[in-house]
Design a binder for this molecule. Structure first.
Ligand SMILES: Cc1ncc(COP(=O)(O)O)c(C=O)c1O
Length: 392
């Protein structure tokens, strides 16, 4: 037997599922250079336009001068420095939770939290459209793993009836590929009624949602009692990198003792924490970013509806256009690119089979003129491509 990698790769190509990495040759922002081509981009997660903000860059530079570049060791050895600690305190304040714990990435925060809280003899129940890192965490935990219907509290309640041991209910806050938000009040009610804990990964909600950018829990006004485990990532609206889990003192101490992706890895560069402290300050105080973003979201939805595009039930900066067929989604993405517009085609296995889409993301860094250019490009490409063959 040998590894027939060539056959696996050829099968991926044949299914229109082969992935390429576009080469970015500029900072993140609306105007980028990709593979040597200047493009107007609608596909990053820098929702508030902070990834290239001069004050955030300056905080990074000053942090590197003061603290050096590398984390140097894991947090439990000698890698936990004052900027990390100050950032944890600022994130606890943002979330209204007693404590927060920094992780190097969101993927690791999710693996760490789930595997530290449940194991064999326990149950983990997840929304079927959760981010891959949450699904992987559930599988890795060794707990009994089950998925409930998307955003469906009744489906969750049915599964809770059969749960054994400690039970963790896990959901995205804003669903990363659909842009809709979890019905947290209903999910929290069902979880609490059965003594289960609710864990929310609000990677895409912090920043855009909530009056002060506190995400979905601020949006719904939910307490720690409703959502005992709250995860946020720093690589999206915060514009930097890393992630955090916020919750009670006991939760955070438990993660420090038992979360292997926290314990066995080098801390993030302290200068990065300095940069995030600055972006957190901007995220909380510069309300105009959220207001402008909401204006762009309304503009995009109205324009797209006029063109007759199939949008999803989303009022967040994630505004996917449903296409269905993966080949057609790739073709549309290519046609847009020929017109100087970058919108990514999202295909299975990232989304369920037959639900390929163009994932448009909007940022406070975009102007209304740029959103209009996108709408013009979409109208042109959809008209040229014509209706789907099955609908023709
Ligand atoms: C919902 C969600 N959770 C977690 C992650 C992972 O975060 P990170 O990129 O920091 O690993 C992502 C995307 O990257 C995400 O969309």
């Amino acid at each position: 037997m040998s590894f027939d990698l060539a056959a696996r790769l050829a099968a991926r190509r044949a299914e229109n599922l082969y992935r390429h990495r576009p080469l970015l040759d500029s900072p993140q922002g609306p105007e980028v250079v990709v593979d040597g081509q200047p493009l107007l981009a609608f596909c990053n997660n820098d929702y508030l336009g902070l990834a290239s903000h001069p004050q955030v860059i300056e905080a990074w530079r000053a942090g590197a001068t003061r603290w050096g570049v590398g984390g140097g060791a894991s947090h439990l050895v000698i890698g936990h420095s004052s900027p990390h600690h100050a950032l944890e305190e600022a994130l606890a304040d943002l979330t209204g939770r007693p404590r927060a714990l920094l992780f190097t990435t969101g993927y690791m925060a999710n693996l760490g939290a789930v595997t530290a809280l449940v194991g064999q003899g326990d149950t983990v129940l997840e929304d079927r459209l959760n981010h891959a890192s949450l699904l992987d965490a559930g599988l890795l935990s060794g707990a009994r793993f089950n998925r409930y219907l998307h955003n469906d509290a009744t489906s969750l309640a049915n599964r809770l009836e059969k749960a054994i041991g400690n039970t963790l209910v896990v959901t995205d806050g804003v669903f990363s590929m659909d842009g809709d938000i979890a019905d947290l009040p209903a999910l929290a009610r069902e979880a609490k009624a059965k003594g289960a804990w609710l864990m929310v990964d609000d990677a895409h909600g912090f920043g855009p949602l909530g009056a002060h950018g506190g995400g979905i829990v601020e949006h719904f006004g939910l307490s720690q009692d409703d959502v005992p485990v709250l995860v946020g990532t720093l690589g999206k609206a915060f514009g930097t990198a890393g992630a955090f889990v916020a919750g009670s003192d006991e939760l955070i101490e438990t993660l420090i003792q038992f979360a292997r992706p926290y314990i066995y890895t080098t801390s993030q560069p302290p200068a990065l924490a300095c940069a995030t402290l600055k972006s957190l300050e901007l995220l909380r105080s510069e309300h105009w970013r959220r207001e402008h973003l909401n204006t762009l979201i309304r503009q995009f939805r109205q324009g797209a509806e006029q063109i007759g595009l199939e949008l999803m039930d989303s009022f967040t900066p994630i505004q996917p256009i449903m296409i269905g067929d993966a080949g057609r989604a790739v073709r549309l993405s290519q046609m847009l690119r020929e017109r100087g517009l970058m919108v990514t085609a999202i295909r299975p296995p990232t989304v369920p089979a037959g639900s390929a889409r163009l994932r448009v993301t909007l940022s406070a860094a975009h102007s209304e003129g740029q959103v209009q250019l996108l709408l013009n490009g979409l109208a042109d490409c959809f008209q040229r491509l014509g209706p789907e063959p099955s609908h023709a």
